[in-house]
Design a protein around this ligand. Structure first.
Ligand code: ZN
Length: 65
């Protein structure tokens, strides 16, 4: 049975010998884990920025009206 490596989309044999399945290699597994970690780290920071932007926009609108 073959599956697609989630990182590089290469066909990988799903076997007991492949300890990194569904990844083709340790490298692809680490890349995928790293991508998740980066995503987790980035999202809260961006949320904070857009929140303060929204507040600023609301404030200046109130002033104009
Ligand atoms: Zn791969």
């Amino acid at each position: 049975m073959f599956v697609q490596c989630p990182t590089c989309k290469q066909s990988v044999e799903w076997s007991e010998d492949n300890r990194y399945r569904p990844f083709c290699s340790e490298r692809c597994k680490l890349i995928d884990l790293g991508a998740w970690a980066n995503e987790e780290y980035r999202v809260p920071a961006e949320d904070e920025d857009s929140l303060s932007d929204a507040y600023q926009l609301t404030d200046s609108k109130k002033v104009e009206e």
